[in-house]
Write a new protein. Sequence first.
Length: 143
Amino acid sequence: MKIIDIEPSDPRLVTDVLPVLSELRPHLTEELLHTTYEQGHPQGLRFSAAYGDDGRCAGVAGWRIVFNTSSLKKLYVDDLVTSASARSGGVGHALLTYLEEHAREQGCHELDLDSGTHRTDAHRFYLRERMAITAFHFSKDLD
C-alpha cells in the first residue's frame, strides 16, 4: 500500500480521489471538489490517497490540522473512505496509521473525526482502531 498527498492541481484529484470520495460524498462533482479544495487548501485542507498493489486508488482521507482551545493542536479528519471494492483489506487502517504518524510529527495532541450516526460499520471500525466516542456533534441546517 502506497499513500500519497494530493495537491489541488494534481489531475489525480479527479481521476483517482473523486470516484472514491464520491462513495462517501455522492453530492460532489468535479467542479465542486475543485472549488472546495482551492478554498479549503489555504485553511489547511489536504487529501491523501491510498493506492493498492494494483495501482488503483483504494481509499481517501481529507484532513487538516486545527488549533483550538479544547485540544490545542489536532489533526481533524474531514473524510475517511475506503472504496467498496477494497473494504476489509486494511486500507482504512493504513490511512489512519498514516494520519496518526503525520499528526505526531506535527506535534498534534489528538486525532479527531466525526461520523454520521447511521454509519454503524464505520463506528465498529473506529472502535476497533481504539478511537473513543468523546462528544456529541450538533448541527443546524441554515438553508
